[in-house]
Design a binder for this molecule. Structure first.
Ligand SMILES: Nc1ncnc2c1ncn2[C@@H]1O[C@H](COP(=O)(O)OP(=O)(O)OP(=O)(O)O)[C@@H](O)[C@H]1O
Ligand SMILES: [Mg+2]
Length: 242
């Protein structure tokens, strides 16, 4: 029988990532909690994208532990998470083809692929774009496709790297509505953003990075009203320049 118990929380302990002798990321201890929305904040170069890649398994830390709930196989852990990159990766196919290809890679049969693709496009308001080549879509449409494509695989845990960064306010709002649907579906979301308005509306938990270090973490309410570190205070007041 398929194991449907959660693989979360994801716990990180004493994580360091070093490249060419430079320490790029340092996380003493944190966890990604089940069904929460975690927003990763920090100035440019703070280590946000690296953190997402380490959590998602794309980068192997130089030291430390990264543990999902015991008893899950590596394959299971990989299958149950997805990441949407800052610059969406579009396959040279139709919008529908982008879904069916991703679903094929994940092992779904052709009938199922077609059904899930159409269902997901309808759910996220993308049906009208189904037959358009993905690469001619606008930036906002591509971002929505990338998120919906990841969602069609029904991951338990989804990482999003600045999903609204290149979008105008209308497109950003559409992406935010999609994120709301994913949350309502029960997905655990981890997102980086420079949009503090979005972070305030969206976050349950905040992870604040500075110079590669996880400096502050906790419930969003506390972070925004009573940031503990001088760096977080400066960041929220827009005074932090690297
Ligand atoms: N493969 C790499 N090799 C060497 N340095 C790297 C590598 N990847 C990232 N870095 C450096 O690590 C630091 C953190 O990068 P990261 O992309 O995580 O920042 P970020 O917080 O996502 O910034 P932004 O807000 O601009 O996206 C930067 O100084 C970056 O130049
Ligand atoms: Mg980044």
């Amino acid at each position: 029988m398929r194991d449907v118990t959660s693989m979360l929380p994801l716990k990180l302990q004493d994580i360091a990532l070093e490249v060419d002798g430079r320490r790029l990321l340092e996380v003493t201890a944190t966890s990604i909690r089940n069904k929460r929305r975690t927003v990763v904040l920090g100035p440019n170069g703070a280590g946000k994208t690296l953190f997402l890649k380490v959590c998602h398994g794309l980068l192997k830390p130089s030291s430390g532990r990264l543990d999902f709930v015991a008893g899950k196989s590596d394959a299971e852990v990989r299958r149950r998470q997805a990441m949407v990159f800052q610059k969406p990766v579009m396959l040279r196919r139709s919008v529908r083809g982008n879904f069916t290809h991703a679903l094929a890679m994940a092992g779904f049969g052709w009938r199922e692929r077609r059904r899930l693709a159409d269902e997901t496009m309808a759910h996220f308001g993308l049906s009208a774009l189904a037959d358009r080549p993905a690469r001619v879509l606008s930036g906002g449409e591509q971002q929505r496709l990338a998120i919906a494509r990841a969602a069609s695989l029904n991951p338990e845990l989804l990482f999003l790297d600045e999903p609204t960064s290149a979008l105008d306010p209308t497109a950003a709002r559409q992406v935010e509505e999609m994120l709301e649907l994913l949350r309502a579906h029960g997905m655990t979301l981890v997102m980086t953003t420079h949009d503090l308005g979005l972070a305030r509306r969206f976050a349950d938990d905040i992870l604040f990075f500075h110079n590669g270090r996880l400096l502050e973490q906790g419930p969003a309410d506390t972070f925004f009203t009573r940031p503990q570190t001088a760096e977080a205070q400066a960041f929220l007041e827009n005074r932090l320049v690297w």
